[in-house]
Design a protein around this ligand. Structure first.
Ligand SMILES: Cc1cc2nc3c(=O)[nH]c(=O)nc-3n(C[C@H](O)[C@H](O)[C@H](O)COP(=O)(O)O)c2cc1C
Length: 513
């Protein structure tokens, strides 16, 4: 079994680290004439338009992002409005801007380079307003393209080794990653971005599903080849990353069906594509090959407690429930957009920071995080200007919702360096670094643990984005010099690896021209 040979994940991770020298010596340049299309277009399939005027849920964003998955009810069946809401607020086009390189269609969730390499598909039984089928979501015209007619939910349930959430779902959304669309800019590092960018999108998807009263969770245990075949993917270009079962039905779906190859035409993304073998190898090595392997993999879940504390502990103090902003999840998603310049003179309050941590880290509903509440990533902070906190480096202890002071000091220039010499993490009020004990995670979950770790980081990061914007703050994801991050937080972080970075602060208000 490939998944247990964890040299593969180490090879990929070490081989795609950024360092001061790797960035300067990389001759890669952006070939604008060969820029990939931002959408997957099937020119010859039947498509079902989705309603654009869907009713809003009215649920406060801060509640929606921290809602545990509702317990299954026999009647939690999404209708076409629910499905349209969930798809649009996860991956729909929310803004459009013209740049010298062309038009950019910004989407509901943050994505590295605005390249939007994550596609969504839906495998559904009959729903009010939609016939059973396998569909592709096209955000360009807000429609579902029909790939296969009929109920294929049991094919998916089998691929997921009869995972109950998938076996009883009314519909399951599948996230895939398209290598070239992101690798055009980021080369082999794109495989990390698959996790980050599907994660931010999943934060929205879980929140909007919860706000719609529908059960949803992330399922990473499935036989890759079976799901890829169901979607008829060319796996050198695009691969399935995770399943999100939505709703619950006690009725059993029909027996699995034959799934012949479809060979559907799609519009080429670019004149020519470059393949990065390191990513294909990483994906192969983290693939699960049989239902038995999926079932065994799922049983491996266990708690990973964080290390004992040594420093001063400061309790987080979230805003009391009645004082929390009540802007709805839809308003906040539409308002969100990564901050391009932070106001270096601004500060946020400890209550605002605490609310972000409290809401974003209550635990994701995911098959790789059991018992519920388990978390793979550890969170470290560089605090520049948070009222009530000394500037310095901190470690977040989830168990007691406290911050442990690691070292006091003003670290704006260090944050500038760690965040790939960008002003954003230096000018923000706080930079949050995600690190993980990669060895332990790989030993537990095999190479699949690498996918889980990156995706979890993206999903927590996505929740932090939403929690910041719900409080009218700004945020941006960032990339980083891997080993320098570990060195900065050591000795506490010794042996851990840097996974993700997010900066939070107040956007600089531009003076009117
Ligand atoms: C994981 C992640 C890493 C990112 N890294 C950077 C970065 O290093 N520098 C930067 O300026 N923006 C970065 N961004 C912001 C993206 O460029 C931004 O999300 C994208 O352009 C889409 O715009 P929007 O977030 O405003 O919708 C990152 C975003 C994510 C999700």
């Amino acid at each position: 079994m490939n998944n247990r040979d964890i040299h593969a994940a180490w090879k990929y991770h070490d081989g795609t680290k950024h360092s001061y020298w790797s960035i300067r010596n990389n001759p890669h340049f952006l070939d604008w004439a060969n820029r990939p299309l931002p959408f997957k277009i099937y020119p010859q399939i039947e498509s079902v338009p989705l309603p654009r005027d869907v009713s809003q849920t009215g649920v406060a964003a801060l509640s929606a992002i921290s809602e545990p998955a509702p317990t299954p009810r026999a009647d939690s069946l999404p209708d076409l409005q629910d499905l349209a809401r969930i798809l649009y607020f996860s991956a729909g086009v929310t803004r459009q801007r013209t740049y010298p390189g062309g038009e950019i269609y910004f989407r509901a969730a943050a994505c590295t380079g605005a390249l939007y390499e994550i596609e969504l598909y839906v495998v559904t039984g009959d729903l009010p307003g939609l016939d059973a089928g396998v569909y592709h979501f096209n955000p360009a015209d807000v429609s579902l393209g029909l790939l296969r007619k009929g109920d294929f939910r049991n094919n998916l349930a089998q691929a997921a080794a009869m995972e109950p959430a998938v076996a009883h779902a009314s519909a399951t959304i599948i996230c895939t990653g398209t290598y070239w669309r992101n690798a055009w800019k980021y080369q082999a590092r794109t495989y990390r971005h698959f996790g980050w960018d599907s994660g931010t999108l999943l934060a929205n998807m879980l929140a909007v599903s919860a706000a719609s009263g529908l059960r949803a969770e992330i399922v990473l245990g499935f036989v890759d080849a079976q799901v890829n075949r169901l979607l008829d993917l060319n796996t050198r270009r695009e691969v399935s990353l995770c399943l999100v079962p939505i709703g619950h039905t006690s009725e059993s779906s029909p027996e699995p069906k034959e799934i012949p190859a479809l060979g559907l035409e799609t519009i080429p993304l670019s004149q020519h594509e470059v393949e990065y073998p390191a990513m294909l190898e990483m994906h192969d090595a983290s693939s699960l090959e049989s239902e038995e392997e999926v079932a065994q993999w799922r049983e491996k879940n266990r708690i990973l407690p964080s290390s004992a504390s040594a420093g001063e502990l400061l309790p987080l103090q979230p805003l009391p429930e009645e004082e929390q902003p009540t802007d709805t999840i839809e308003q906040v998603i539409l308002r969100r957009g990564s901050t391009r310049t932070f106001d270096r003179t601004a500060s946020i309050t400890l209550a605002q920071l605490s609310t972000i941590f409290d809401r974003a880290t209550r635990g994701l509903a995911a098959d790789f995080l059991r018992p519920p509440g388990t978390q793979l990533n550890d969170l470290y902070l560089i605090v520049h200007s948070v009222q009530g906190l000394k500037p310095g480096a901190y470690f977040f202890r989830r168990e007691g919702n406290t911050l442990e002071l690691l070292k006091e000091g003003k670290f704006r220039s260090e944050a500038y360096h760690l965040g790939l010499e960008q002003e954003l993490p230096a000018d923000a009020c706080v930079a949050i670094f995600f690190l993980a004990d990669l060895n332990r995670i790989l030993e537990l979950h095999g190479n699949r643990g690498y996918r889980a770790l990156q995706l979890e980081a993206g999903a927590i990061g996505g929740r932090m984005y939403l929690a910041a914007y719900a409080q009218h703050l700004g945020a941006t994801g960032l990339t980083f010099f891997d080993d320098d991050v570990t060195d900065f937080f050591s000795p506490h972080a010794k042996g851990k690896n840097a996974i993700f970075l997010l900066a939070i602060g107040k956007p600089l208000k531009r003076k009117p021209q």
